[in-house]
Design a protein around this ligand. Structure first.
Ligand code: SF4
Length: 212
């Protein structure tokens, strides 16, 4: 059984698929506590569902793109059969993970969006660096940045650990904390080969709206 916080149909707000309709499967529980976390309700709230229950619910939306997120989805072992089952039924499957759990058991066809936690999150000590060596070209790396110190940390990781990777690298400012214009200016000044992204859903709906 899986413990599922929510399943909903919305617009993909981040990643290279931003703007596309997507079904989100948010799994319960996380073993990190990022200072800027915007889904703390996913730490504990949830209901038990079988893999087949989840697939049936996802299918009701008739949407080819599915993202499994959390919480930290890799904490639940049943997430692996869920990913296999969604792939087998023809979905494009994305997995959003905090970057502190090994991604080597994730099916190869799943598009992994792997966070690298920066110091401002309070969880930078938990990064599982071998994940960066396990990235496929279709996977993505995401840094959420709260301030200049986070930017300098991320810039160093890009230059030293990601310079030979072809996966897209996304820099996302903490909504309401770091001015996106400021981040864009830093990226331009450094000629950094990254993509600045905003959380699209927080502009379409109120930033505190759940289930979008
Ligand atoms: S890893 Fe994600 S869900 Fe967990 S505390 Fe950090 S932002 Fe929140």
């Amino acid at each position: 059984m899986l413990t599922v916080n929510e399943i909903f149909h919305s617009i993909q707000g981040e990643s290279t698929r931003a703007g596309r309709p997507c079904v989100f499967v948010r799994l319960t529980a996380c073993d990190l506590r990022c200072t800027w976390c915007d889904t703390p309700y996913a730490f504990h709230e949830g209901r038990s569902m079988t893999v087949e229950d989840v697939v049936r619910t996802v299918d009701q939306y008739g949407c080819p793109l599915v993202e499994i997120t959390g919480g930290e989805p890799l904490l639940q072992d049943e997430v692996y059969p869920l990913m296999e089952r969604l792939l087998a039924s023809g979905h494009t499957v994305m997995l959003e993970t905090g970057g502190h759990r090994p991604i080597d058991r994730v099916p190869a066809d799943v598009i992994k969006v792997v966070d690298v936690k920066c110091p401002g999150s309070g969880e930078a000590g938990k990064n599982y660096w071998p994940n960066l060596d396990a990235l496929a070209p279709h996977d993505e790396v995401k840094f959420v940045l709260a301030d200049r110190a986070d930017y300098e940390f991320a810039r160093e990781v890009v230059r030293t650990k990601l310079h030979d990777r072809t996966s897209p690298i996304r820099f996302s400012p903490v909504h309401g904390t770091l001015d996106p214009k400021q981040l864009a200016e830093w990226v331009l000044a450094d000629r950094l080969p990254v993509q600045v992204q905003l959380q699209l859903h927080k502009f379409i709906w109120h930033p505190s709206t759940r289930g979008v």
